[in-house]
Design a protein around this ligand. Structure first.
Ligand SMILES: [Fe+2]
Ligand SMILES: [Fe+2]
Length: 193
C-alpha cells in the first residue's frame, strides 16, 4: 500500500498519480461489491456528470474511495471485523490540492451513510450488502445528537449528494468513459492548477 508520506501529491503530479493508482489497484479490489473499485468510482462520477452536477461533486465522487488505496490499513473486505477509516485517509491524501468541498465530501461519505440511515426510513434497504456490512463496523446509524451535529456541516448538501452517487455506482452492467475523460474536470477543480 502507498503511504501518505510517499505520495507528496502536488497539483502537477495528481493526474499521473490517479492514472497509476487506478491502473494498479482499480481492477483488483472490489469491496465485496459486484463492480471493481475503478468501475465503482467511474460509474458514480459518470452519473454525476450526466445529471449536470458541479465539477466539485463529479471529482469528489470520482475520488471518494481513494483512501482504500492510500491507507496503510488496506482495503475493506466482507470478512472485516473493524473499520479501516478509508474516508479519512482519502480526504488527507487530496485535501492540500482540492478545495474543502471536495475533501469534505470524501471525509464524510461514510458519516453520510450513517446519517441517511438515521433520517430516511427506506435508505438502509437500498444499500448494497457490502455497504450494510460496513455500516455495522462504522458505528451503525447516527444517534440524534450525531444527526444534529452532522446537519451543521458547511457542505452538507454536497456531502449527501456524493453519498447518493456512491450508492448508485455499483452496477455490473454500466459502461463508463475511461478515467482520462474526467481529467479536464479534475484540473478545473484543483487549487492553483
Ligand atoms: Fe467508501
Ligand atoms: Fe464508495
Amino acid at each position: 500500500m502507498l503511504t501518505l508520506d510517499a505520495l507528496k501529491l502536488t497539483p502537477q503530479n495528481i493526474i499521473p498519480f490517479l492514472e497509476d493508482i487506478f491502473e494498479r489497484f482499480g481492477e483488483e479490489e472490489n469491496l465485496g461489491e459486484s463492480v471493481t473499485m475503478a468501475q465503482h468510482m467511474l460509474q458514480g462520477a459518470t452519473l454525476a456528470e450526466q445529471e449536470g452536477q458541479d465539477d466539485e461533486i463529479i471529482v469528489a465522487t470520482l475520488l471518494h474511495d481513494i483512501g482504500h488505496f492510500t491507507s496503510n490499513l488496506g482495503c475493506f473486505t466482507l470478512e472485516d471485523s473493524m473499520d479501516r477509516g478509508h474516508e479519512e485517509a482519502g480526504a488527507q491524501t487530496i485535501e492540500r490540492i482540492f478545495p474543502s468541498i471536495v475533501s469534505d465530501c470524501i471525509r464524510y461519505h461514510v458519516a453520510a451513510k450513517r446519517y441517511l440511515c438515521a433520517t430516511s426510513p427506506v435508505y438502509f434497504e437500498y444499500l448494497s450488502e457490502a455497504s450494510k456490512h460496513s455500516l455495522k463496523l462504522q458505528g451503525g446509524e447516527m444517534s440524534k445528537t450525531e444527526v444534529t451535529e452532522f446537519e451543521k456541516k458547511t457542505n452538507l448538501d454536497s456531502i449527501i449528494t456524493v453519498r447518493y452517487f456512491d450508492d448508485l455506482g455499483k452496477s455490473p452492467d454500466m459502461l463508463t468513459p475511461p478515467l482520462g475523460h474526467f481529467f479536464p474536470t479534475v484540473k478545473r477543480v484543483i487549487k492553483e492548477y
